[in-house]
Design a protein around this ligand. Structure first.
Ligand SMILES: Cc1ncc(COP(=O)(O)O)c(C=O)c1O
Length: 464
């Protein structure tokens, strides 16, 4: 785990950033005529040319054809080192032989019955071992996992209000599409953040049930929860990422998670760690293992399925009692889908082994060190930060510890430029100022060096 210090900075010329951005945009346009053609065809039937808004890009998205190991290829034949890794779903690398075999073997035996199979039992046993939590259920995505976990918490406590961290993304259902990605001046007072629907179609009355608090501030969380008790709407749960993964990477301050665990337990509030991004990515047992703090409920998705859509909720027997008794209907036709469970089994038992995590830590360390070295030598405003397979360079003259500091200080133009430099130099990485890289077991030290070289080219052009 690393959050490097902020070095002395040079004053950057904004005109130069704008000129380099224009140049790199033109380069990317010239490299991707096939994507442009596919976009023009796609948008006739696929709204804005993509299956999900998170795949959009102006002027057109980069359409991929295939992937293998640490690489993906776009429809123009450009070979790219993949640090996007499907928003962090492919820590196994692409087309890992063990997962290909498991899926191939399973597909011929029937792909779906909506009846349980042995692989689902094996996966649940392995997750119980890794998380130290005895009770598990499967779903099909991260959004389903957080939605059902919140319902379980509400039923368990017989309360409606929930608390989340301002700026955290927990999926696209109404309970949690609240107070993310808003302009700085709409956040509201730190002790009384606004409950703002994220996009249209979310009733304000539903958003009002979701109360945001700042990350890395257990005192503020405690004060807000105490006030919710006074207001007669005590919360069912706190849902949070143990390390924020949707503002780049924001690590918890020492003692923060322990304090949250203590206060939620004391106040009878269910603690949910949303490990859709951290789970299986930053340690075998996710953030729960890495930080040594065990929540009441945990949500997984992304890496769990090795590229197939699946998710899981884990928890204590006490928290799951409402499902055990049948009070909560925790359901889904595709839950525990045999193909996804076969992939998850192979991933857990054959790919994401202790040596895989040692490898991830080693390549992560190399990439972080390389990026931090560039930041320091060229005096860029920022620092490299990461944990396990996840990391980023946060372009900010000040440390980002929560949403407010992110919004106040992130240099979004540099972040956009870095994305273009990567794409034009063979590095596929998640677009968007809030995203981070995900390494896989297939990445090599020389892949990391190539990424650092692309970053150094940008640093050199910016400061020449
Ligand atoms: C922390 C977190 N929770 C939940 C989700 C939702 O997962 P899904 O897109 O599979 O519904 C995401 C997606 O990025 C996420 O980052």
């Amino acid at each position: 785990m690393a959050a490097m210090s902020i070095p002395t900075r040079v004053e950057l010329d904004r005109e130069r950033i704008a000129a380099l951005t224009r140049r790199e945009e033109r380069r990317l346009d010239d490299r991707t005529p096939g994507s442009r053609a596919l976009f023009e065809r796609a948008r006739a039937t696929l709204v804005r040319g993509v299956p999900s808004a998170y795949q959009e890009r102006d002027p057109w998205p980069i359409y991929l054809s295939h992937g293998e190991g640490s690489r993906v290829w776009d429809v123009d034949g450009n070979e790219l080192i993949d640090l996007h890794n499907a928003f962090g779903s492919m820590v196994q690398g692409h087309a890992h032989p063990a997962i290909v075999k498991a899926v191939r073997d399973r597909v011929a035996l029937g792909t779906h019955f909506a009846a349980p199979t042995e692989d689902g039992v094996i996966v649940a046993e392995e997750l119980a071992r890794r998380w130290g939590l005895p009770a598990w259920r499967f779903v099909n995505s991260g959004s389903e996992a957080t939605m059902d976990a919140i319902r379980i918490a509400r039923a368990h406590t017989k309360r409606d209000t929930i608390v989340k961290i301002f700026g955290s993304y927990h999926g696209h259902h109404d309970y949690v599409m609240v107070s993310i990605g808003v302009p700085y001046d709409r956040i509201g007072d730190r002790d009384d953040y606004a409950s703002l629907p994220y996009g249209a179609g979310i009733p304000q009355s539903v958003a009002d049930l979701t109360v945001p608090v700042p990350f890395n501030d257990a005192d503020a969380m405690e004060r807000r929860i105490e006030r919710l008790f006074e207001e007669g709407r005590p919360p069912a749960c706190v849902i949070m990422e143990a390390a924020m993964m949707n503002l780049g990477v924001v690590l918890p301050k020492p003692g923060y998670l322990e304090a949250v665990r203590e206060l939620t337990r004391r106040l009878g509030v269910v603690l949910i760690f949303d490990e859709v991004k951290t789970g299986l990515c930053i340690a075998a047992g996710g953030a729960t293992e890495r930080f040594g703090v065990t929540p009441d409920l945990v949500t997984l998705a992304k890496t769990l399925g090795g590229g197939l859509p699946t998710g899981a909720i884990g928890g204590t027997e006490e928290a799951f009692q409402v499902v055990e008794t049948g009070a909560v209907y925790q359901v889904g036709t595709y839950s525990g889908n045999p193909l996804a469970m076969a992939a998850a089994r192979a991933s857990l038992l054959e790919v994401l082994t202790p040596s895989a995590y040692a490898h991830l830590d080693a390549v992560e360390e190399r990439l972080l060190r390389g990026c931090q070295d560039v930041v320091e030598r060229y005096g860029l405003p920022g620092y490299a930060v990461g944990i396990g397979a996840k990391g980023c360079v946060t372009f900010s003259p000040e440390p980002v510890v929560d949403y407010e500091s992110f919004k106040a200080h992130q240099d979004g133009e540099l972040s956009d430029l870095a994305w273009l430099y990567n794409m034009n130099r063979g590095v596929f990485i998640t677009p968007g100022r809030e995203e981070e890289w995900t390494l896989s077991v297939a990445h090599s030290p020389s892949d990391c060096d190539a990424v650092v070289a692309a970053f150094e080219e940008m640093a050199s052009d910016l400061t020449a």
